[in-house]
Design a protein around this ligand. Sequence first.
Ligand code: GMT
Length: 379
Amino acid sequence: MKIGIVCYPTFGGSGVVATELGKALAEKGHRIHFITYSQPVRLDSFSENISYHEVTAAQYSLFDYVPYESALTSKLVDVALHEKLDILHVHYAIPHASVAYMAKQILLSHGIQLPIVTTLHGTDITLVGRDSSYEPVVTFAINHSDGVTAVSDSLKNDTYKNFKITKDVEVIPNFIDLKRFSKKPKDHFRKAITPNGEKLIVHTSNFRKVKRVQDVVEVFDLVRKEIPAKLLMIGDGPDRHKIEELCREKGMEDEVRFLGKQEMVEEILSISDLFVMPSETESFGLAALEAMACQVPVISSDSGGMPELNINGVTGFMSKVGDVKEMAKNALFILNDDAVLAKFRVAALARAKEFDIHQIMPMYERYYQRIIEKTLSSK
Ligand code: GMT
C-alpha cells in the first residue's frame, strides 16, 4: 500500500508511534510518505520505501498566526494526487483530523476518494481537545474520518465520554521495537552515574503539568532518605525549570541529573533500576513501555490506560494519582531486595514483548485494508 502519515515530528509519544509505525511498514514493503513541518525525530535512517515531504507555510505581514493547517492541507492534496496514496493516516486529532477532512473534500473535487484514518493519542481527547476552541472541530473531524483508532480502551472510553462520537473507535495499542529497546551492557556508564552502587531511578516526559513531575521528585526524596539512590530526568518542557528549583530547595542537586531531550533513551534505560510515571492522566504510557522493554519495572499512577500496560505487583506498582508515599513505599519494596528487582525485571520484559511492533503492526495493516474496502465500496 501507498500510505501517507501525518504527525508531530517532535519527541512526543504520538510522533514516535507514527514514525516507528511508518518505518516498520516501509520495512515490510509498503510505500510511506511522511508529511509534516520538520523531519520526524525518530526518522533517523534511510529507507528506499520512505519519503519525507516538508510542509512550509508562506509568511505574510497580515498573518499573526501562520495558517499551518492550510499549508498542510495543500501539501496533503499534492502528495495524494502525485503519489497516488491508497490511504492517509493522521496521528493526534488536533489539527490533523480536520486538515485531513479538508484535503479529502478537495481530492473529491478531483474525483479522488482518499480514505482517512485518525489515531487518537491522549491529550487530544483528555485535555486540550476538550477546550471550546477545539472541541467542535475535533468532534466533527473524528465523526468524518473513515476510520478512527485509539491507543487504549481507556482512551476509547474517554473519547465517547468527552465527545459526541458516532463512529466506531478501534483500539490498537502502542508498540515497541524490541531490537532497539533492549537492556544493553553499559556497566561503565552505570559506574559513572552510580559510583557507590546507588540505585538508579529514571523519569522521561515532556515536563508538562499532566506529567506531575513534582511527584517524581517527592517519591525520590522519600526513597533517598532510606537507601543511596540517584535520579535521572530525561526530556524537557515548560515545567523543567520549576522542577530543577524544587530539587535545589530539597538539597538533592548531587543526586539528580537533568539530561534534557535524549535520542538514545534506551542507553539510559539500560542502566536504570526503576521508572517513575506519576501522570495525572496517561492514555497509554509509551515511555513506560520503553522502560519495560529495557527490563526496568515501573512505578506509576493508575490513571488512564496505565492499567492496560503496567501490571500491579508484577511489572511494577500503580497508585492513585498524587499518592507519593505509596509510590515511594513500593519503589523501596522493589529496590531494597535484588532478587525482587530481578523478578520484576523479568516480568517487565515479558510484558513488553506482548506489545512487540511485529504483533501490532499487522493490526494496522488489516485495519487499513478494511477501511479502504469500506470507503471505496461506499462510492
Ligand atoms: O505524553 C505526551 O503528553 C505526549 C503525547 C503525544 O500525543 O505526543 O503522548 C500521548 O500519546 C502517546 C502515544 O500514543 C501515549 O503513549 C501517551 O500516554 C499520551 N500522553 C497522554 O495521554 C498524557
